[in-house]
Every structure is written in structure tokens, then in C-alpha cells.
Design a protein around this ligand. Structure first.
Ligand code: SF4
Ligand code: SF4
Length: 383
């Protein structure tokens, strides 16, 4: 408990020091406008307030205590943190980090988050998931009876795969088992807490993260494997941002499967299929994990095509950083824009949230795309 209090004190100290540095970084923007054409939300809305440049200026105003209008608040919360702007900014201004700290400041000033954010957070606290799933059905996707086993590796499925993209959960589980990995899952897994952090409610996120950390410690967990890019980013970066160093390493399922497959060069059989691979922002621009997924998929299907804007330049699906739950129409427009640029009917992604949001937009807009999580493709190619 003392250790936790010290960590919280450290968090408090860091947050007191941060605003000045954040403002200085935002003010470093030279208004060169190189980022403007790349911005997901500016491109779709044409609204200057929803551009990186204006978001930086708005963040400064928020930190300097100026009055916050509804549009200013919206501009901080409808950014999906796709990092497109950062990838082209010549000064490498960390726009998403500044947006995040501005969200925290809005919470500190009691102006945010929105009621919708609070409703989702309430669901996480009450039901242990961010998608209003019934906890007793969490493992409905499991292809065999649940048996609690011990391992220092935890496959943390995440809310989306557990409740909404269940074949992402079942195929990741099956593939890792067939590849001989020793791992455990949890019957009452809970949530990684990324939504709480992204809302700007950092104190609450810290408490939630700490509970998970203590639980993982008591179970002897040394390695977490996450099929979801949101969980992966949260465990890898958000936990250490608010709690300091953690005892476990974090890997995306694609990294683990890629490593395991290296030892089994003849295992996969190619299936006759034409697909395109979508680079999720968080493991793409965020982690540089571009080739691993492609190398896996090339062993699974006969034809892997590229989306014109791919890798570092890949388009966002519009779901992340809390935007889908609050600004659903914009989220769907972003998804539809991406889908219209994809040459194939079958689209594969390494993020269940991308799969979910793109699949939803395809249905609603009648775009005829079929979205699949990557391990489902691997599963089909395994003997
Ligand atoms: S993170 Fe994406 S949506 Fe947000 S300002 Fe940058 S480019 Fe625009
Ligand atoms: S690219 Fe960087 S410096 Fe140029 S306007 Fe955008 S944030 Fe400012």
C-alpha cells in the first residue's frame, strides 16, 4: 500500500511539472501546416478546430485557464490519436500527448469528460468491461471448458474480443495453443482500463491500473500478450505513465505469433484468398509493426494486396481514444473513408476495434466489405 501511495505521489509531482513543458511544446509549432492534409478529422470535416494546428493552440488556451467553449472541448475529445500529424511534423511535435494532457486538464477543471464517457466508465467499474457485456458470458467464445491453469504468461483478450469480436478471441487462443505456447487466461479478466485513461480521468485510471497490477503480481504474471492494440498500448505505455515501471513485458499477439512461426517454417498452408491488410495506428505508426503481420499473412493466403495508403501513411479506422462512443457519426465517416480506399472485399486487421468499427461502417453504409481479425486467417491455415 505504501508503495502505491508513493507511486501516486510521483504521479502528482509529474503532473504538476508537466503543463509548462506541454505548453512550450505546443507553442513550438511553426504553423507550417504540413500536418493539415494528413489529419484524419480535419480532412473529413473541413473544420479547422479539428486540425492538429488548432488543437495545439486550443490546448495552450486550456492550460492557460481560458474559458472553454463546447467546440474546444469537442476538438480535444474527437481526435482518435491516429498520429498521422506526428508522422509528418518536421518538429516531431507530440500532438497526441498534448491532446491527452489537455484532456487531463479539462478533467482537473471539472469541464470533462462528457456524460457519455462517464457512462462507459461506470460500466467498466460495474461490469468489468467497456462494452456493456454481461460478465457471465465473458468466456462464451472459449472453444473448450475453462480450466484455471498457472503460467507466467497471460493472454489478456480484452473487452472487444471477449464480447463483440469473439472470433478474434477464439482464434487467438486456438492459434497460440496450436503453436505450443504456455499461457493462461482469466475467467474474470476485467478491463485494461484504457478508456478511463483516454477520458483524462488519470487518478481513477491509476487506481484501476493498480488493481490489475496487484492481481497480475499475485498470479506471477511476467508477460502479457494482447490481441487488441488498445490493451497493448495501455499495458505498455499508459500503465508506466501513471504508475511507473511495471513487472511485466507486453506483446501484441502478432509479435508473439510471428516469433513462434519462425520455428515452424512449413506449418501453414496457403488458402486461396485475396485480402488487403489494414495497418492499425497503434501498432503501426505507434510501434512500427508493419512487416510481421504481412509476413504471417503471406504464408496464409494466395494473394495479399496493399491499400494505397499503408504502413506509416495508413488511414485510421476512426474508433480509438474514446471517439467512437461519443462522436459515433464522425467515427463512422472516418471508417467509411478508409473502406472506400481498399481494393479488396476481404480486409484483415490486427486490431479487433478496427475490425469492429470498419465492419459496422461497411454494414451501415452498404460498402460490402468483409472484416477479419488476423488470427482468424492464421487459424484457417493451420493443420
Ligand atoms: S492524431 Fe490524427 S486526428 Fe488527431 S490531430 Fe493528429 S492527425 Fe488529426
Ligand atoms: S506539422 Fe508540426 S509544426 Fe507544422 S503545423 Fe503541424 S504541428 Fe505545427
Amino acid at each position: 500500500m505504501r508503495e502505491y501511495e508513493e507511486q501516486r505521489k510521483g504521479l502528482h509531482d509529474r503532473r504538476i511539472k508537466k503543463p509548462r513543458r506541454i505548453v512550450d511544446q505546443a507553442l513550438a509549432c511553426t504553423e507550417c501546416e504540413l500536418c493539415m492534409d494528413h489529419c484524419t478529422t480535419y480532412k473529413l470535416t473541413g473544420e479547422l478546430m479539428f486540425s492538429p494546428l488548432l488543437r495545439l493552440q486550443t490546448a495552450v488556451k486550456i492550460f492557460e485557464g481560458e474559458e472553454v467553449t463546447p467546440l474546444m472541448l469537442e476538438s480535444m475529445y474527437n481526435c482518435p490519436k491516429c498520429m498521422q500529424c506526428e508522422s509528418v511534423c518536421p518538429l516531431e511535435i507530440d500532438v497526441t500527448h498534448i491532446v491527452h494532457r489537455a484532456r487531463e486538464e479539462l478533467v482537473r477543471r471539472d469541464l470533462a469528460p462528457t456524460d457519455r464517457h462517464n457512462a462507459v466508465i461506470e460500466g467498466i467499474m460495474q461490469r468489468g468491461n467497456a462494452v456493456n457485456g454481461e460478465p457471465s458470458t465473458r468466456l462464451d467464445w472459449l472453444p473448450e471448458e475453462f480450466v484455471q491453469r498457472e503460467s507466467d504468461t497471460l493472454l489478456f483478450l480484452g473487452c472487444l474480443p471477449s464480447y463483440l469480436v469473439k472470433n478474434a478471441a477464439s482464434s487467438t487462443y486456438t492459434v497460440l495453443k496450436k503453436l505450443g505456447l504456455d499461457f493462461m487466461i482469466l475467467e474474470d479478466e476485467g478491463c485494461c482500463g484504457t478508456y478511463i485513461y483516454e477520458s483524462g480521468k488519470t487518478d481513477l485510471a491509476a487506481e484501476y491500473f493498480q488493481q490489475n497490477v496487484e492481481r497480475f503480481k499475485s498470479l506471477g504474471i511476467k508477460r502479457i500478450i494482447a490481441p487488441c492494440c488498445g490493451c497493448h498500448k495501455c499495458f505498455k505505455y499508459f500503465y508506466s505513465d501513471v504508475l511507473g515501471e511495471t513487472d511485466f513485458t507486453v506483446h501484441h499477439a502478432v509479435e508473439t505469433i510471428y516469433d513462434l512461426l519462425k520455428e515452424k517454417p512449413d506449418l501453414l498452408k496457403k488458402v486461396e484468398k485475396t485480402i488487403a491488410y489494414h495497418d492499425p495506428c497503434r501498432i503501426g505508426r505507434g510501434e512500427g509493426l508493419y512487416e510481421e503481420a504481412r509476413k504471417i499473412l503471406k504464408r496464409c493466403v494466395t494473394d495479399l494486396e496493399e491499400i494505397q495508403r499503408n504502413r506509416e501513411d495508413g488511414l485510421c479506422c476512426g474508433a480509438g481514444a474514446g471517439i467512437r462512443s461519443v462522436y459515433r457519426d464522425l467515427s463512422m465517416e472516418i471508417a467509411a473513408d478508409l473502406l472506400q480506399s481498399i481494393p479488396t472485399k476481404h480486409v484483415v486487421s490486427s486490431c479487433p476495434f478496427c475490425v469492429f468499427n470498419l465492419g459496422f461502417a461497411s454494414k451501415k453504409k452498404d460498402l460490402g466489405k468483409q472484416l477479419t481479425y488476423i488470427t482468424r486467417i492464421v487459424e484457417e491455415s493451420l493443420p
